[in-house]
Design a protein around this ligand. Sequence first.
Ligand SMILES: *[C@@H]1O[C@H](CO)[C@@H](O)[C@H](O)[C@H]1NC(C)=O
Ligand SMILES: *[C@@H]1O[C@H](CO)[C@@H](O)[C@H](O)[C@H]1NC(C)=O
Ligand SMILES: *[C@@H]1O[C@H](CO)[C@@H](O)[C@H](O)[C@H]1NC(C)=O
Ligand SMILES: *[C@@H]1O[C@H](CO)[C@@H](O)[C@H](O)[C@H]1NC(C)=O
Length: 547
Amino acid sequence: MCLRQIFLTIFISTLFKTCHCIDTRVDPLVDTNVGLIRGMKAEDGGYAMFLGIPYGKVDKNNPFGPSLPQENFEEIFEAYDDSAICPQIEEFNETITGTLDCLHLNIYVPDVASTKSPVPVLVWIYGGAFQTGFGGRFLYGPKYFVRHDIILVTVNYRVGPYGFMCLNDSKVPGNQGFKDQLLALRWIKDNIDSFGGNSNKITLFGESAGGVAIDYHLFSKQEKLFNNLIIQSGTSLLPSLIGEPEAARTLNLASILGFETINLNEALSFLGKQSTNSVIDAMRQVPRYLPCVENDFNNVEKFISDYPLNLDIPKAKDVPILIGHTDDERLLLHVNKNPEYYEHLNIFHEKLFNAFNFNSSQLADAVKNFRHFYIGDEEITEQEKFSIIDFDSDFTYVHPTQRSIKQYMENNAGDIYYYMFSYNGGRNFVKKRHNVTIGGAAHADEIGYLFDISYMKDEPSHEDQLIIDRMTTLWANFVKYSNPTPQISDLLPVDWKPVENNLLHYLEIDSELTLKKRPFNKRMAFWDLFYRHNYKLQKGYRNRDKW
Ligand SMILES: *[C@@H]1O[C@H](CO)[C@@H](O)[C@H](O)[C@H]1NC(C)=O
Ligand SMILES: *[C@@H]1O[C@H](CO)[C@@H](O)[C@H](O)[C@H]1NC(C)=O
Ligand SMILES: *[C@@H]1O[C@H](CO)[C@@H](O)[C@H](O)[C@H]1NC(C)=O
Ligand SMILES: *[C@@H]1O[C@H](CO)[C@@H](O)[C@H](O)[C@H]1NC(C)=O
């Protein structure tokens, strides 16, 4: 631990005349701008843990609205508990759980870190479709990252109605969950130095909705609280993941819980008094709340000002970005289904209808083209399932990722490192949980090779450990040097080249690491043409010349 921490620990021991115990374990104590925080030594490596530090608090009078900064600690804060979870139907046991005392973050500090020689910082924003997720070690254990002499921080933020209700009302302007993250990032910027972190070397990383969140932090007009970004399987250009302020959903939510009104303020005040469990339960009957384009209000901090396809990204200038996806993102959605599932699948129509402002003949024409391209003249049956998975993966993740890369380049981002994760091993996070063995790597599968997952109790196999070592070294190199392969080594025998104009290098992460060019080039060329042709018909597109 850093000298300042050791000094404080000794100082306080002296003050309280504690014994010179035989137990040499000394809990680390850190003096931060918000007060003293005590953590604990980890038992599985040379690092300390500071768990469940509150960085913000939900406003009791307006629990759906923006959170408030946490007051300074008057006594030593004992950071021993990472179990806080914001209200949600938690994804592992599918139980309704969580409380609004959940805006906590966890900090993992390798022993080499000190205020004299601070180490870079990596901040994790979890995914979960903006409806679920939590930062604790149940899923996001730090062991594999802290070995690389970087600090890892994991951040809780609100999800579902408490995180993303969006109204034309200054009390609930929208994107509260993102604003929670913003508060956490400000806290980290202000306080991480005291833990031995370098506040001028902060990388944000996130997967799925977490990747989307990180992209929005790049777009937002708020101050820049990071240096590098890692965006895994999710960007702001994912289709149908952004909405606009809307009252009906919230009035409906109140009505389900027994309160009929057309007055939004009454509905909000009623909902604010209901237990979080009953609100989350009622959400099963209401469409989910998502990020939104916020209206303007005086003195209200804004996070998303327009659909991202309309926006310039001045903050992207010179920011190094590591970004990618898996090779079979939508595998789990369309595999292991019964024959009726495919019979009723109207996927081409549904996806294009939701994402574009087509009239009926344009929509029919587009549907026809996509059918021809992906399945020819076949009916949608189980035989076509891998083609359907390709279509859905391309539409939902792969092409949006490539459009985001293009957008970053147009906005003069720093080096962009593109990857595709296609490894199939014993720790593929999602496939493992669902006992799926066929196909490539599914959405979120790479998480098992970045984090020490509490319920994966067996030691990783030799092959899986190699993937863990490679991925966490690549990620940590990027955090430290803004370059995942600053030199060739036995572990990383490859020079991962950034993308260039018309040269889309990517690193395939499989049992071997291989530098390749332009993944799924034929499929993507089809999508490129389609988007170029229909650019202005995308939902949310605004002809900026008119404004
Ligand atoms: C799910 O339930 C198991 C068994 O009761 C428990 O150990 C685990 O912590 C629960 N997981 C979550 C995320 O609540
Ligand atoms: C939002 O509310 C204000 C004030 O009630 C109203 O003037 C405005 O038209 C509303 N905007 C939208 C987009 O509904
Ligand atoms: C749909 O839009 C196209 C292009 O604007 C137009 O030519 C066509 O007549 C429209 N079709 C219908 C059914 O509205
Ligand atoms: C996966 O397989 C294991 C062991 O065969 C079984 O216990 C578990 O219930 C299965 N899980 C699912 C989601 O089918």
